[in-house]
Design a protein around this ligand. Structure first.
Ligand code: MD6
Ligand code: FE
Length: 221
């Protein structure tokens, strides 16, 4: 473990960075926002995974995604050869997705409010699991019905380099390091910006080992 000038642990390269960082109009990074709730969030992640195991979905083009995914809430994001969509039923179990844990819902609503989006009521939470080498290629989130609602994205575990691009795929993305507990709230004029995650580097986290969990909350229906 490395210590900084004040004797605080520097396990994560983002530890010393400012608590609030605007990423663009309507997009705000709240660093470490979720850390005080890490225990209850990770408990809830375990419960969701037990009910709806992580799986590698296939893209409409036939590629196996390197990110392992599951969902909770009334709607779940799914991808298969037929396309991307939100579905109330887990295709692996043929049952509804597990309910959204209260700790998840509260975190998402409070983070949205801290960024100026009052009354955010997520009905979908996509749970993404990354290990070193996992990546997510540049994409837009455009399967949700109401584009006035933001997305709230929570990072837990080992750090990742997020790519935050423009409205066109060809726009060169900015690189934003995301660490444990960081929350990105993203809406308004930035809602359709291309984004992705670079391949994760080898690292280990005291609670999550060699993994990163990302929770993205949406009002999908
Ligand atoms: C991730 N996140 O951080 C993937 N999408 O692992 C996303 O794809 C994402 O963080 C929309 C808004 C925020 C995000
Ligand atoms: Fe996305």
């Amino acid at each position: 473990m490395t210590l900084d000038l004040f004797g605080d642990a520097l396990d994560d390269p983002t530890d010393g960075l400012p608590a609030r960082e605007p990423l663009g109009p309507g997009a705000l990074l709240l660093r470490r926002f979720a850390r005080p709730r890490e225990a209850e969030l990770l408990d809830a992640v375990d419960r969701v995974q037990a009910a709806a195991p992580l799986r590698h979905m296939v893209t409409p083009g036939g590629f196996r995604m390197s990110v392992a995914m599951t969902n909770c809430g009334a709607l779940g994001w799914v991808s298969d050869l037929a396309g991307y969509r939100y579905d109330p039923i887990d295709p692996d179990s043929a049952r509804p997705w597990p309910a959204m844990p209260e700790a998840f819902r509260r975190l998402a609503t409070e983070a949205a409010a801290a960024a100026g989006f009052e009354d955010f009521e997520p009905d979908a939470c996509l749970v993404n699991r990354y290990v070193p080498g996992t990546r997510l290629s540049l994409h837009q989130d455009r399967n949700e019905r109401d584009m006035r609602q933001p997305i709230v994205s929570v990072s837990l575990g080992i750090p990742a380099m997020f790519q935050f691009g423009g409205d066109r795929r060809a726009d060169r993305p900015a690189r934003v390091p995301l660490g444990h507990g960081d929350v990105v709230v993203w809406g308004g004029p930035s809602r359709l910006r291309f984004h992705g995650v670079l391949p994760l580097k080898e690292a280990s986290h005291r609670l999550l080992g060699e993994s990163r969990i990302n929770l993205t909350f949406r009002k999908a229906g």
